[in-house]
Design a protein around this ligand. Structure first.
Ligand SMILES: Cc1cc2nc3c(=O)[nH]c(=O)nc-3n(C[C@H](O)[C@H](O)[C@H](O)COP(=O)(O)OP(=O)(O)OC[C@H]3O[C@@H](n4cnc5c(N)ncnc54)[C@H](O)[C@@H]3O)c2cc1C
Length: 268
């Protein structure tokens, strides 16, 4: 459906984007120094730092370097089946998520254990040109989507008018304030009427134990449709990063037409 007249192109977003902006590296010299000091030998068959570090962390518990399971996949499978989940906290990724709504991030930040967040500020950033996320249900029907876009059009205009009026009021009543603070005061008041659908961007750092828990809860058919779509994209990105840590996780096509994320070893 085309954007309503006078609206910038690309105002509406239908799918989240996941950027893997940070992953770990192994400091091989230090690993070799440790192994030499302890008189041990360790080799592994994976090149993914997340997987190497998780295996080193786990093997440190029993000083089992060079013993037992041979492949990294087998080693991590044992970690998963025995629910030795703290080992998975040593694998960490930073994801930059865009094209997600404020409604979604309100749910996302409820995940506290093992996550760090930095999110776009609606106090500092002018939301006049903000984009809006169309809930998946509204994407199914031209009529619903039309009503949604009409409502957003009203709210967007109201935000601009209210922000301008607030800025004029602050300038008149608090002329001594630096201009930056004046704009901030106006925006922080005007944002009260921005809808949950307003797009936001959030930088999330999480360890693999936490990401697995997120995938389990938010990739489920019981989760909100938008965050479920995000969980599917996060799963694809993390599975590429570490097939072994996420070896028991897969996508399943559901009767409602959307995939869900299924995890064999729940809440490791
Ligand atoms: C389908 C669905 C519907 C929901 N509906 C609602 C709702 O209506 N209202 C609402 O408020 N929330 C709702 N939530 C949010 C939910 O209650 C959790 O806050 C959210 O999913 C975060 O998960 P978590 O509690 O496992 O926390 P995480 O931070 O992801 O923690 C992971 C695990 O660490 C442990 N942990 C974390 N923090 C603590 C702690 N302080 N003390 C002890 N153990 C801890 C727990 O074992 C926890 O499961 C919903 C979630 C889902 C998936």
């Amino acid at each position: 459906m085309p954007n309503p007249p006078n609206f910038p192109a690309g105002l509406y977003i239908t799918k989240p984007k996941v950027y893997v902006v940070g992953r770990q590296t192994v400091v091989s010299e230090e690993v070799h120094r440790f192994l030499a000091d302890e008189g041990m030998i360790f080799t592994t068959d994976t090149e993914a730092a997340s997987e190497v570090l998780s295996e080193i962390a786990g093997r440190t518990c029993y000083m089992s370097f060079g013993k037992g399971r041979k492949s990294n996949k087998e080693y991590l499978e044992n970690i998963l089946t025995s629910k030795h989940g703290s080992v998975l906290e040593h694998a960490v990724w930073c994801l930059l998520l865009t094209g997600v709504s404020r409604a979604l991030t309100h749910e996302l930040v409820r995940h506290r254990a093992g996550f760090g967040y930095s999110q776009l500020s609606q106090r500092y950033v002018d939301e006049t040109d903000a984009r809006y996320v169309v809930p998946p249900l509204f994407q199914e029907s031209a009529e619903l989507r039309g009503k949604f876009e009409e409502t957003i059009e009203h709210l967007r205009k109201a935000y601009v008018e209210l922000a301008d009026a607030a800025a004029a009021h602050v300038q008149q009543k608090y002329p001594e304030l630096p201009p930056r603070d004046r704009r901030k005061w106006a925006r922080q008041a005007a944002r009260a009427i921005l809808p949950n659908a307003c797009e936001t961007k959030i930088f999330v750092t999480g360890n693999s134990r936490s990401w697995r828990h997120f995938l389990e809860l938010r990739g489920s058919v019981h989760a909100d449709a938008e965050i479920r779509l995000l969980a599917v994209e996060v799963f694809k990105a993390l599975k590429r990063e570490s097939p072994n840590i996420f070896q028991d996780v897969e996508l399943v096509d559901e009767p409602d037409g959307m995939p869900s994320v299924r995890i064999v070893h729940s809440k490791v």
